[in-house]
Design a protein around this ligand. Sequence first.
Ligand SMILES: [Zn+2]
Length: 176
Amino acid sequence: MTIKKESYNNVNFCLKCGNKMELRVDKEGKIRPKCTKCNWTYYKNPIPASACVILNDQNKVVIIKRKFEPNAGDWALPSGYVEIDQTPAECAVDEMKEETSLDGEVIVQLGYDTEFSPIYEKVISFGFLMKITGGKLQAGDDAVDARYVSFDELPDIAFPSHVKFIEIAKALYSKE
Ligand SMILES: [Zn+2]
């Protein structure tokens, strides 16, 4: 595969020593920025995120109105970026709590998808079907609104990956 120079447009200074970075071609023929002083290499990778499909007993799915960019103000699944000390599944449980005030656990993984991100260039998103184990639905700190909707009532959803996870959950795990 080839790596676009443009992916590294804003990589100017070394994160380890602060000196100037320079684009070099590595032994596999891939373009990588390298520090001109300490040789540290910067690799650009997709940023991992987790998204939650939360189905209740009435076969309704939880959606939240996003508070933060990207797509602030749009409806989406509860979701967030995986922290360095989390697994994607742990991230899903935490995001569910933070955005919906619901306690939950993972039932099954719903696959993954990659998509463009205006912030990180590319995100790799993991979908999880979640079980509600406690709490009452209300928008948490990271959401403006949170509600249960039937599959028929779904508004436009901000991210294609979330649409895909909802469709997988509907096809395989809904009670319709
Ligand atoms: Zn350096």
